[in-house]
Design a protein around this ligand. Structure first.
Ligand SMILES: NC(=O)c1ccc[n+]([C@@H]2O[C@H](COP(=O)([O-])OP(=O)(O)OC[C@H]3O[C@@H](n4cnc5c(N)ncnc54)[C@H](OP(=O)(O)O)[C@@H]3O)[C@@H](O)[C@H]2O)c1
Length: 275
């Protein structure tokens, strides 16, 4: 039987997860969401068909899995509201970027806590979620959390010190691909293609290349080699990208995102930072 779920916070991520759970076979009665404004509750309920209430403690009470889907800055106030009703038989799954396991464990001693970093392709059930487990998370707790998170894509368990790197790679990653899509579309239009054709060529190429990469069992290096013949068109393009520092730029971008994630984590822990 699917674990019952409370989703505290019914914004972008909360409603994406709720939709994914329904598509994965959860019944609407097995899920409840919480909002802090009546207008937001009505909107979320209309969008998902899932009961959305204004009392997060009532929503969390007795549910197998309690998902924290509010902005990191709203976590302390939410914990004040719900910590007393959450028991060690439940599992807390936090999606709040940068908020350490320790924050939840301090508020709810003995409660199993899972900290997760999902990404937006979860909206089409193609998400990538990495998670780490707190000190009281048993295998059973991890399984329940992974079942919920796995409703919207793939999951992987990692140690907490790797979550900043995860944020920079898969959390932020969709934006790298969207920027690539924008740049390719603009260049295609400059080469004379009509706007709608340029978009279709780029979108389907990214989709097809992504599926090939994940389903062929071949490495990115090998797949790239297969479309690159000596002296050909791909070789000409690859030469420009390599000469222009594409790899180094990507490395710098990921390093900057990871560094920013560490800074935001320090702010969430209430530590001093230079910014
Ligand atoms: N979006 C992403 O790509 C992404 C990716 C990975 C992780 N995350 C994480 O997911 C979490 C949610 O992000 P989001 O983009 O979904 O934010 P969001 O759209 O702002 O949704 C958060 C919702 O929580 C509500 N809320 C705040 N405090 C509450 C409380 N005490 N009780 C009930 N509801 C409360 C907010 O109410 P109001 O409407 O009144 O503000 C808002 O509707 C964040 O911690 C973020 O770090 C997001």
């Amino acid at each position: 039987m699917e674990p019952t779920v409370a989703i505290l916070g019914s914004g972008a991520m909360g409603t994406i997860l709720a939709g994914g759970l329904l598509r994965a076979g959860w019944q609407p009665d097995d899920i409840v969401m919480a909002a802090r404004r009546a207008e937001q509750a009505e909107h979320a309920e209309r969008l998902t068909g899932i009961r959305t209430i204004l009392d997060p403690a009532a929503a969390a009470s007795g549910r197998d899995v309690v998902v924290i889907a509010v902005k990191p800055k709203d976590v302390p106030a939410l914990l004040d509201q719900v910590a007393d009703v959450i028991t060690p038989e439940q599992v807390v799954v936090s999606l709040a970027a940068g908020v350490p396991l320790a924050v939840f464990e301090a508020a709810m001693p003995q409660v199993p806590v899972i900290r997760a970093m999902p990404n937006t392709p979860s909206a089409v059930d193609e998400g990538m979620t990495a998670y780490c487990s707190g000190a009281h998370a048993t295998d059973e707790a991890r399984e329940k959390a992974a079942a919920v998170l796995g409703a919207v894509g793939r999951t992987i368990g990692l140690s907490e010190d790797l979550l900043d790197a995860v944020t920079a790679v898969s959390g932020t990653g969709p934006a790298y691909v969207f920027l690539l899509a924008e740049a390719m579309t603009e260049a295609a239009i400059r080469e004379g293609l009509p706007h709608h054709a340029a978009e279709m060529l780029v979108h389907q190429t990214l989709r097809g290349a992504g599926r090939l990469l994940s389903e062929s069992g071949k490495s990115a290096f090998r797949l790239r080699g297969e479309v690159t013949s000596p002296g050909g068109t791909t070789a000409a393009a690859m030469h420009v990208l390599e000469e222009g520092g594409f790899r180094a730029l990507m490395e710098d971008a990921i390093r900057a995102a990871a560094a920013r994630s560490r800074e935001l984590g320090a702010i969430a822990r209430g530590e001093e930072t230079s910014r």
